[in-house]
Design a protein around this ligand. Structure first.
Ligand SMILES: [Zn+2]
Length: 81
């Protein structure tokens, strides 16, 4: 959705961009610490036709901080030889 610019469910091109925020009440964020300096904003895309939505952490620095805070999901291929 972020890359394609279209809805993956209905192919609509009218997408609503809802910016993330580090301030409570202004937009969505993931809290990784006590202060707003440790809030990672979540940008949301909503399809204007069917209402499907996707959320993104757009900033790479923010994704790096999330990786420092949270575990990565183990790949399924690890369990098979
Ligand atoms: Zn749609």
């Amino acid at each position: 959705m972020l890359q394609s610019g279209t809805c993956p469910k209905c192919n609509e091109v009218k997408l609503i961009l809802i910016p993330g925020s580090t301030v409570s009440g202004d937009g969505d964020f993931i809290r990784i610490g006590a202060t707003m300096l440790n809030h990672v904003p979540i940008t949301r895309y909503v399809c204007a036709d069917c209402g499907y939505s996707e959320e993104y952490v757009v900033d790479k620095d923010h994704r790096i901080r999330l990786m420092e805070q949270y575990d990565l999901i183990k790949q399924k291929s690890d369990s098979k030889s």
